[in-house]
Design a protein around this ligand. Structure first.
Ligand code: NAD
Length: 363
């Protein structure tokens, strides 16, 4: 298997955590005699410094010629004075739009070893394993017209979806559910919004193509409560852009730290993979960043862009085993707890790497 991967490490902790993900990917490549070719490219603040723009043409052109893109994070306080459309973060929005991925996958998994890190009681979170599928290119964030008339004290945004936009993302959610626990929960606000009525009708139609998957509908307001009361009941949660943004962030509490969360955006010209967290300038350069989100993102590359499901699972199991041994970066450390030790970014990466190496050798 040959895979060309655009490596967009970006700013702050981005390069630190992506390096740990790359180490694990190289290990899998070496073991399986695959060729993973990484193309290091500039994006965000480092690109502004080098080329005066957060998304240089070369970065976009080369990424479009790759099979997958792995992004660390963008954002640097020294550019906060710039207008939003020229800041590091603009580079990320531009590349997401150019790659055209519309299905944003965000897993929220409760790790037994981290049960005490969640504000939710362990008996509520234990075993929770949700895959959010958030529509990423439509809805309120992109709908036109949009404006703010400051003289009139009036602002306007538009929530708009076509049936085709709903159908294509729904199919991805059902396909994922077929490989998981065979349940899709579609979230909308169909008791109030026409857009949600279209959403519900289109998802119900797509469900006919997947008779082995159970479909349920939930209204977004009650779903926000169900997620905290009974997260274990959900498998794949499918929703539109704004609702997905809010609900997937809310579900971060199940895992216990932002540094643990991976994501993948599928359906465009090139799949884009990134940990959910930002550039964390407060801890950048100190080897304090948790690399698990980035390493789990590497597992998503193997699963969704390389068809290497077994290797993806090996990485996920290695993360669990490393946590169960009590290894903690500072974000998931809980003070003087017996059996726990605080490790650096590189130490955590190496511990996971070693476990992956052992598991691959046995497989
Ligand atoms: P952030 O995610 O960078 O950090 C929030 C908090 O979580 C901080 O205390 C940070 O130390 C901690 N944290 C984040 N990731 C961590 C990790 N892997 N390990 C340990 N702790 C971690 O969000 P923010 O502080 O709101 O934003 C910082 C910069 O990142 C801003 O410039 C913002 O625009 C940018 N940002 C980028 C992305 C992205 O690139 N996808 C996402 C969000 C924010």
């Amino acid at each position: 298997m040959n895979l060309k991967i655009a490596l967009l490490a970006g700013d702050g902790i981005g390069p630190e955590v992506t390096q740990e993900a790359v180490n694990v990917l190289n290990l899998v490549a070496e073991h399986g005699k695959h060729t993973f070719e990484f193309k290091p490219l500039l994006i965000g603040g480092v690109a502004i410094t080098a080329h005066g723009t957060p998304l240089p043409e070369e970065t976009l052109k080369t990424t479009l010629a790759c099979d997958a893109a792995l992004l660390g994070a963008v954002g640097d306080n020294k550019f906060n004075h710039l207008p939003p459309n020229t800041r590091p973060e603009a580079g990320l929005l531009q590349i997401r739009a150019a790659l055209g991925g519309f299905a944003n996958l965000r897993p929220a998994t409760a790790y037994k070893a981290l049960a005490d890190n969640s504000p939710l009681r362990p008996e509520i979170t234990e075993g929770a394993d949700i895959m959010f599928v958030r529509e990423l290119l439509g809805g309120l964030y992109f709908g036109e017209p949009r404006w703010w008339d400051k003289d009139k004290n009036l602002a306007h945004n538009t929530m708009v979806y076509t049936k085709d936009e709903v159908v294509r993302v729904a199919r991805i959610a059902f396909q994922l559910a077929q490989k998981r626990r065979k349940k899709v929960t579609s979230v909308d606000k169909a008791n109030v919004l026409e857009v949600s009525q279209l959403w519900r009708a289109a998802v119900t139609e797509v469900a006919q193509e997947f008779p082995d998957v159970t479909l349920e509908h939930q209204l977004v307001d009650s779903m926000a409560i169900h997620l905290m009361n009974r997260p274990r009941d959900f498998d794949v949660v499918l929703t539109e852009n704004l609702f997905g943004d809010i609900l997937s962030d809310e579900s971060g509490v199940i895992t216990g730290s932002l540094g643990m969360l991976p994501s993948a955006t599928l359906g465009g010209k090139v799949n884009l993979y990134e940990p959910v967290h930002g550039s964390a300038p407060d801890i950048a350069g100190q080897s304090k960043a948790n690399p698990v989100g980035a390493i789990l993102t590497a597992a998503m590359i193997l699963r969704h862009s390389a068809g290497l499901e077994r290797e993806a699972k090996i990485i996920e199991d290695a993360v669990i085993a490393t946590l169960e041994e009590g290894n903690r970066t500072t974000d998931i450390a809980r003070g003087n707890v017996a059996g726990q030790r605080t490790v650096t970014t590189t130490e955590m990466g190496k511990l996971i790497f070693d476990k992956v190496k052992t598991a691959l050798a046995k497989s």
